[in-house]
Ligand binder design. Structure first.
Ligand code: HAM
Length: 428
């Protein structure tokens, strides 16, 4: 074929053999998200899909994989370096600063959904364009906000009826905590440097804390005895973390403290967390996030703390399908009209226009020849009812109205037809 979709991308389609690519599933997931955001009083923010490259280098952190290896960068016609967004947090912070949102109120609860772009090796659960739901809460440093954000994330998974997931949580403290910890970590790793994986050796100088979440078996073995960052927390970071865990207990939210959880972005302080699926394979992180207390300021904004998370919609849908959870049936038209013959077709078109004008969804089988064949098409489309207009019906000026769910049929005179259909529809 001449034109093929670029590697690592996929289409979302009305029908597909791969269930997670079916539009109606995305629409269901998006509707659950929208309801959840309303229930927690979050407001939507929409930011562009590309920004000046510098924002991501500064925002996400130059030494992270996302900024150093995975950015989709291009020069615009004026030779300015732009990048497709690899995540949403940096853009939301830029928009927050640029539009002076801090003047509006004290606490900001924002959410966004949309595509993100990372040039990575594609595999199941890892795409070059993926979609996220992200949230950011700006203006409050309390552990109660951390708990609310985590509660919202867990509630999303519960509402989607995903059962096999786990919440991992950790605290990486403040800058000072991490400086002290990095020193201890390097001291611990140095005697084992030769035995570390190549990737971890490369991270040793630049970003040693990322070695902690290495999936390499050699690294894992070495890391068994690694000092825990939790022993390095300042007293205020320790208190924040203890208070948070206490509150999660009270909210009956199950978690596992994982002192090796560091996350792949540079901006976090204190609380970090991740939801992992216990069903899907290697790409098992369904979502994650954490607190960032100095990101806004470092991007030239006000000195306000924040916390947020993002989850991958592809991975969520794949997990839902693997766990065989409930999806509402694809919605078809309220009426599928089956006209046989030219007169019937014209009648059907005029009737359809009138019904659609009354916001009743209608489709017509303009190629109808055999009633049985058209009825099975109606079933395939999940139509609720069929309206048959064959020769017999046209001669007698009656239509056969068939409820496809109950398999009931009524003969309705043309003069009563519109009212009959409207009554059926508005009684729903
Ligand atoms: P992240 O962990 O880089 O965090 O991405 C969030 C989620 O996006 C991941 O847990 C995963 O489900 C999904 N994801 C990431 N990369 C891919 C990919 N290549 N293919 C499919 N899914 C993917 C962030 O992006 C932060 N901005 C989260 C955040 C918001 N922290 C604070 N506020």
């Amino acid at each position: 074929m001449k034109y093929q979709i670029p590697k690592g991308l996929f289409d979302i389609l009305p029908y597909s053999k791969e269930s997670f690519k079916e539009t109606f599933r995305w629409q269901y997931l998006e509707s659950v998200i929208k309801k959840l955001m309303g229930d927690y009083n979050f407001e939507e923010i929409r930011v562009p899909i590309f920004e000046k490259t510098d924002l991501f280098l500064r925002g996400v952190g130059e030494i992270t994989d996302i900024a150093s290896k995975e950015l989709y960068t291009f020069l615009d016609k004026a030779k300015r370096s732009m990048s497709l967004r690899p995540e949403g947090t940096a853009s939301v912070m830029r928009a927050f600063i640029e539009n002076n949102l801090s003047q509006e109120k004290k606490l900001h609860k924002l959410y966004y959904t949309g595509p993100m772009f990372r040039y990575d090796r594609p595999q199941k659960g890892r795409y070059r364009q993926h979609h996220q739901l992200g949230i950011e809460v700006i203006g409050e440093k309390s552990f109660e906000i951390d708990a609310e954000v985590i509660d919202m994330l867990i509630t999303l998974f519960k509402r989607l009826e995903i059962k096999h997931f786990k919440l991992l949580i950790n605290s990486i403290g403040d800058f000072e905590t991490r400086t002290n910890y990095k020193k201890a970590l390097l001291d611990f790793l140095k005697p084992n440097f030769e035995n570390l994986s190549e990737e971890s050796q490369a991270r040793f100088d630049k970003n040693p804390m990322r070695i902690l979440d290495s999936k390499d078996e050699r690294d894992k073995k070495i890391l068994k005895e690694v000092p825990s960052i939790l022993d390095f927390l300042s007293s205020s970071a320790k208190k924040h973390f203890e208070n948070l865990l206490n509150l999660l207990d009270k909210l009956d939210i199950k978690y596992e403290v994982d002192s090796k959880l560091v996350r792949g972005l540079d901006y976090y302080d204190d609380t970090v967390f991740e939801i992992i699926s216990e069903k899907t394979g290697a790409q098992n992180s369904l979502g994650g996030g954490g607190r960032y207390n100095s990101l806004l300021k470092s991007l030239g904004g006000p000195d306000l703390p924040g916390i947020g998370f993002a989850c991958g919609l592809e991975r969520i849908l794949q997990t839902m399908i693997e766990e065989d959870v409930y999806f509402p049936k694809k919605k078809g038209p309220f009426i599928y009209i089956i006209p046989i013959g030219e007169d019937a077709k014209e009648y059907a078109i005029i009737l359809a226009k009138d019904l659609r004008h009354h916001k009743i969804s209608v489709d017509i089988d303009l190629n109808a020849k055999k009633i049985q064949k058209s009825l099975s098409l109606a079933d395939k489309l999940n139509a609720k009812n069929a309206l048959i207009l064959a020769d017999n019906e046209m001669n007698q000026k009656v239509a056969s109205f068939k409820n496809l769910e109950k398999r009931e049929q009524n003969e309705i005179k043309f003069e009563d037809l519109k009212n009959f259909i409207k009554n059926k529809f508005y009684k729903l």
